[in-house]
Design a protein around this ligand. Structure first.
Ligand SMILES: *Cc1c(COP(=O)(O)O)cnc(C)c1O
Length: 429
């Protein structure tokens, strides 16, 4: 075993030496002495984020109301500007993406726009492994139309409790389906769905389809426009490193710019006439039309330098390194730590085209192992009942970090370190 780890160690050194992205690590604040594996829940701050916040504060202090037109960028156009910088990462045109709201609010804004049950087409197809907030919001949208979610919200079942088979989703599409809403990457197992295929199959049956990309945005390249997705939304505090509570994004396929926004508000008004204060709503013919109210200027400021880092690193190169990192971790776990006494298994699909940015490592003692990892200053997160999520983020994680995690997982079982911790869970995990 020690020899095998020695071999892994020398491979990690080699891969780090030749990593074309290694200099990006210097651009981030990494909590001292820690190995951070939770960038899929809350990305680390770029060093430029503090300056960006200070700059926005300075504009507020020095320009006051003038910042709406004189800030850099002008606050009045900030949401569109952030959308322009975000769009290339998602394979969208600049006017198809805008910064707005939160993930869940954007789901409401978009589903209320695109879910128009009529005749026998009344159902929404989603999946039972999606993030609970999405399911709560979808059920709320169905109720707002006067329908019963028990009948009209169809949740595709998982066969193994981890993944959703695209064939099962497609079989759920029928002439009673009005809309489909699915995740790009499943938040627990890290399965990447074949979004292109799902769009094609939905459109064949005249079904509108949108994606929650909270766990795929910033983790892998998207081609939303080429795939012809109808809409999408995602947050910016996970892989995109925008900071806690940073604003989210939404994508509207330009084919739909003429649709009436479901949750209309004055920031969606055609910008050139917004301050005419006309009582007749006329939305911008761009994704900007789906904004609701004033953008959170301070909370958005760290996001712009982070998006600039992504554009320099390049989403394709990041994906390449991400797959190498998660592949290396899966290889070590499956090769050395799967049998007794270790008993770790990987719940994320092994094929690269089905894998998102994190690995779901399963163990019956997952919760207590997470506590033992944290005591060693390795930061994972836990998802019940038995998943240790580990996200080596290509902008700031190294192959050496991945090896350190694997060694810790081994030693925690060797020394039964997890037995020092209580099985009772904290409120935030
Ligand atoms: C993180 C996440 C959310 C969070 O929603 P907020 O409105 O940003 O709190 C929602 N859905 C999915 C799939 C997520 O991964």
């Amino acid at each position: 075993m020690d020899e095998r780890f020695a071999a892994f160690r020398s491979r990690a050194c080699e891969m780090d030496r030749w990593d074309p992205l290694k200099s990006f690590r210097e651009l981030f604040h990494i909590p001292p002495g820690t190995v951070y594996m939770d960038g899929n829940s809350l990305g680390l701050p770029p060093k430029a984020a503090g300056d960006a916040l200070a700059k926005t504060f300075g504009e507020w202090r020095d320009l006051a109301i003038g910042g709406w037109l004189e800030g850099t960028p002008p606050w009045f156009h900030l949401a569109e500007e952030a959308g322009r910088r975000m769009a290339p990462l998602m394979g969208a045109s600049p006017d198809e993406v805008v910064m707005s709201g939160s993930t869940t609010v954007n789901l409401h804004a978009l589903v209320s726009t695109f879910y128009q049950p009529s005749g026998i087409r009344t159902k929404i197809v989603a999946d039972e492994l999606n993030f609970p907030s999405d399911i709560y919001a979808l059920a709320g949208q169905v109720r707002l139309k006067g329908l019963d979610p028990k009948e009209h919200l169809v949740l595709v079942r998982s066969r193994d409790g981890r993944t959703i088979d695209e064939d099962d989703i497609i079989s759920a599409f029928d002439d009673r389906t009005a809309l489909a809403l699915l995740p790009g990457v499943l938040y627990r197992s890290g399965q990447l769905l074949d979004m292109e295929r799902l769009v094609k199959e939905a459109h064949k049956r005249d079904i509108l389809i949108g994606f929650d990309c909270a766990h795929s945005a910033g983790a892998l390249p998207h081609r939303l426009s080429d795939w012809d997705a109808d809409f999408a939304f995602w947050c910016s505090y996970k892989y995109l490193n925008g900071g806690p509570g940073s604003p989210a994004f939404l994508y509207i396929n330009r084919r739909h710019f003429g649709r009436e926004p479901g949750l209309a508000g004055w920031f969606g008004f055609d910008k050139s006439r917004q301050f005419d204060m006309d009582l007749e709503f006329s939305h911008a013919r761009s994704a900007g039309g789906w904004q609701i109210g004033t953008p959170p200027v301070l909370s958005a400021s760290p996001l712009l330098p982070s998006l600039d880092i992504f554009s320099r690193a390049g989403m394709e190169r990041l994906r390449h390194k991400s797959l190498a990192l998660t592949g290396f971790l899966a290889e070590i776990l499956e090769g050395t730590l799967s049998s007794a006494p270790y008993g770790y298994s990987v719940g994320t699909p092994g094929e690269e085209h089905r894998r998102g940015g994190h690995l779901a490592v399963e163990h019956p003692e997952a919760w207590r192992i997470c506590q033992a990892l944290k005591k060693r200053k390795i930061i994972p997160d836990f998802r019940p009942p038995r998943v240790i999520r580990l996200a080596p983020v290509p902008l700031y994680s190294s192959f050496g970090d991945v090896l350190a995690v694997a060694e810790a997982l081994k030693e925690i079982v060797d020394g039964r370190e997890y037995e020092d911790f209580s099985p009772v869970r904290d409120a935030v995990s």
